[in-house]
Structure formats: C-alpha cells, structure tokens
Ligand binder design. Structure first.
Ligand SMILES: [Zn+2]
Ligand SMILES: [Zn+2]
Length: 252
C-alpha cells in the first residue's frame, strides 16, 4: 500500500472525524498488515527498531534555554549564539541530536515519502511537548516553497505536525505562513549565508496568526535561522509568541 496516499491538505482546523486513539489504531493495523522496515537499519517489523532507538542521543538537560542547543559549560543558561544575537522566538526544543539512526530516518522520511516515519517522530515531538508544558493555540509546519512542495509532493513538517495536533487537539494552520522565496537548502550554506538566506523568505497571514501563541514544527534545526526568520514575520503580524519544536538538532 502506498502510505503516501494520506498526503496533507491545507487546513486551518483540527483534523475532523478522527481522534488520536483512532489514528494510532489505524497505524497499528496498517503495521500488522504491512510490516514496516526500520527507518534506521531496515530491520523488518519495526518503524524504528530497539537497536536504532538505543543509538538516539536525546536532548534532555544542560541546554540553552532559548534555542535548545547543548551547552558546553554550566556558566550560563544561554549559548554563545543566543547571547550575541538573541533570537526573536520564545524557545526551540528538539527531541534528539541529528546523528546516527535518526539522521538516516529523517533522510528517508524526506526523500522516500514514508508517512510511518513521520508518524513515529511526530509522536516523539508530542511526548517532548507534554514534558515542556508549553501553551500554544496554533501549529504551523515550516512551509516549503510552492515549487519544492510540488516537486516533493508533500511537506514533511506537516506530517510531523499531525500527531501533535491530534495529541493536543490544536489546529494545524498551514495557511498562516507561506514561503515566498525558494531559498537554497539551509544545510548546504555556511552560517552567515543561512541568516541572510531566510530574511524576507516568509509571509504570514495576519488574520490567522494575530494574537495567537504559535508552535512551529520542523524536522531539523541547524542554526535556528529558519525558525527565527519565520518568527520575525509572525511577530510582525502580531502573533502573541512563537515556539518551535523539531525532531533533531544539528549540534554545532
Ligand atoms: Zn533499526
Ligand atoms: Zn541558544
């Protein structure tokens, strides 16, 4: 079965008709009928096997309170980057370090259109959000440009946002923010160019975002430049505050 047939549609409402437990049951049945292959190592019967799970470095403590980057020492609650250039978002947190099996899995999620991987990691983000106890009104997946969305056929950030929306019963608002410039892939650029690259790349819909506490969702955070670019635009359109959650964090 083509798991990609469950592709996202633009919506500003919570997913109607289904609830979190029904969604999980659907996936359990689907995994039983079509045993998945581990996204990290290919082992049959798991979406992410225990050995690959073991290799995950979770980001739990001694993190920059703003961007979630691991801190080297214990002298400050902020990393050097946030001290020198304070971001406009409230905070970002990530589930784990971008390495090993999680890197493999996220590459497969992005380029092989495996909806099961995003369901797995979307719930990992939801579990982290439960512990953070953040309050938010709207979920906005970091948008792709129209061209990239058309080329890839889906936005992986939307798929990660779906389990979060179901867990917290909060709407996904894809139309709240669009990417109006097809920026180069961030990971290919040096840091200073990443910062320049996202300036003016996003356009928010004030009617949808003003007064709202917004949770941005993405697969990977590198320098936080994309999250900061989105947050700058959302705050300019009077969002109340912006937070971000990602599956993985490139540790710099
Ligand atoms: Zn594995
Ligand atoms: Zn920081």
């Amino acid at each position: 079965m083509d798991k990609t047939s469950l592709s996202s549609t633009a919506t500003n409402r919570p997913i109607p008709l289904i609830n979190a437990s029904l969604y999980r049951t659907f996936w359990q049945v689907l995994d039983w009928i079509y045993p998945p292959l581990c996204a990290g190592c290919g082992k049959e019967g798991y979406r992410f096997c225990p050995a690959c799970e073991e290799s995950i470095s979770y980001l739990i403590s001694n993190l920059c309170t703003t961007c979630g980057q691991p801190l080297l020492g214990r002298g400050s609650s902020l990393c050097k980057s946030c001290l020198e250039n304070p971001p406009v978002f409230h905070a970002i947190r990530s589930v784990a370090v971008y390495e090993n099996s999680i890197r493999e899995a996220l590459l497969k999620m992005k380029f092989h259109q495996d909806f099961g991987i995003s369901e797995y990691f979307g719930y990992k983000c939801a579990e982290l959000l439960v512990t953070l106890n953040w309050k938010f009104d709207l979920i906005i997946p970091i948008p792709l440009s129209k061209q990239r969305r058309k080329f890839r056929g889906f936005n992986q950030a939307y798929r990660l946002a779906l389990p979060i929306s179901l867990t917290f019963a909060k709407p996904i608002c894809e139309n709240g923010l669009v990417r109006n410039i097809d920026t180069q892939i961030q990971a290919d650029l040096p840091r200073e160019k990443r910062l320049i690259n996202v300036n003016g790349a996003f356009l928010a819909n004030q009617d949808l975002v003003q007064g709202k506490r917004i949770l941005l969702v993405d697969d990977i955070a590198t320098t936080s430049a994309t999250m900061n670019g989105c947050s700058t635009e959302l705050l300019a359109k009077h969002a109340a505050c912006v937070m971000g959650i990602t599956v993985a964090r490139a540790v710099l």
